[in-house]
Design a protein around this ligand. Structure first.
Ligand SMILES: O=C[C@H](O)COP(=O)(O)O
Length: 328
């Protein structure tokens, strides 16, 4: 067991409830996590990024990456028509090749959930909705809960909530913990099922790797089903080192508690080459257990197009013309 796992809640007599018993116990636990070795982390991420993938494995990896995409539109100018056409693309990414997998989910604002749900009905493609005053997370709890409830009532399968970085960076960990717990409760449906909860850290605003590690453990203890890097709305979004750190956190959390949590890097992932680097990191850090859309997602608006172009290049030996993929 790693040092992290040994320190973790659930290990050696610790308990989840004990860790969050008070601001002081939560702070003691989060600040007791081992400091991140920045040089080591960045060097591991860089090394994994240089691994090459052979052609047959690449074809498999491209299809896997497509199936892991949360195809996203989160613009103020989103319209019903745009969301419907994004759903059509997610359902049939390459109409000329029916062997192309579907994406995992379509990710939209709460007011677009009903439109996406209708367009995807019966397909198995999930509807994910950002919530809790995305992307800033700056609103009172009642507003965040109402935002979540609206999305769940409209049929969202997954909720992507943002943490309040101001509260986190000020050390108000218990407030962040309790907000995640309350949003998790708001994900419950009247029939007893629950929308899956992804917790977005906005790692580009968390300032240090130690904070990313703390946020990861905080969210996992609070009940996140997934931990997600970024909103895609700030200057620095998903990066390989931050994602590797989060992959290591879910690995250690499972070792300590037996609970498996998913990971979603999001924002700025646009090329097949980038996606392959992330899949190598998942494979080398976590292995097969996480190599599925159930446990790993890419939050991305334009990655799909590049994957489709590379997929066609692999099967035909040439790139398609400019009309082959739609430009979002
Ligand atoms: O969660 C997904 C992001 O908002 C999409 O970011 P992107 O447009 O950089 O791919």
């Amino acid at each position: 067991m790693s040092t992290l796992a040994a320190n973790a809640p659930g290990a050696a007599g610790g308990g989840l409830a004990d860790v969050a018993a008070s601001e002081a116990t939560l702070r003691r636990f989060l600040h007791g996590l081992p400091g991140v070795d920045q040089v080591g982390l960045e060097s591991r991420a860089a090394t994994l990024g240089t691994r090459s993938i052979k052609t047959t494995a690449k074809a498999f990896a491209i299809d896997l990456a497509i199936s892991m995409i949360d195809l996203t539109t989160l613009e103020g100018a989103d319209t019903v028509g745009k969301v419907r056409s994004l759903c059509a693309k997610g359902l049939s990414p390459d109409p000329s090749d029916r062997s192309t997998p579907r994406v995992a989910a379509i990710c939209v604002y709460p007011d677009m959930v009903a439109t996406a749900k209708e367009a995807l009905r019966g397909s198995g493609v999930q509807v994910a909705s950002v919530a809790t005053a995305f992307p800033s997370g700056r609103a009172g709890l009642p507003v965040k809960l109402a935002d979540t409830a609206e999305a769940v009532a409209a049929g969202a399968d997954e909720i992507d909530m943002v943490i309040d970085r101001g509260a986190f960076l000020s050390g108000r960990y218990l407030e962040v913990f309790e907000t995640i717990g309350a949003v998790k409760a708001a994900c419950e449906r009247p029939d007893g099922t629950s929308a899956h909860l992804k917790v977005i850290f906005e790692t580009g605003e968390l300032q240090t790797y130690d904070n990313v590690r703390r946020a990861s453990w905080l969210a996992m203890i609070a009940g996140a089903d997934f931990i997600k890097t970024s909103t895609g709305k700030v200057a620095v979004n998903a990066t390989p080192p931050v994602t590797l750190l989060m992959l290591e956190a879910v690995r250690d959390f499972r070792a300590a508690t037996g609970v498996q949590i998913g990971v979603k890097p999001a924002g700025g992932i646009r090329t097949t080459k980038d996606a392959m680097k992330y899949l190598v990191m998942v494979n080398e850090t976590l292995g097969d257990d996480w190599l599925s859309p159930h446990w790993f997602r890419f939050g991305a608006s334009s990655l799909l197009n590049d994957l489709l172009m590379q997929r066609q290049k692999l099967s035909t030996g040439r790139y398609s013309g400019p009309d082959y993929v739609t430009v979002d």
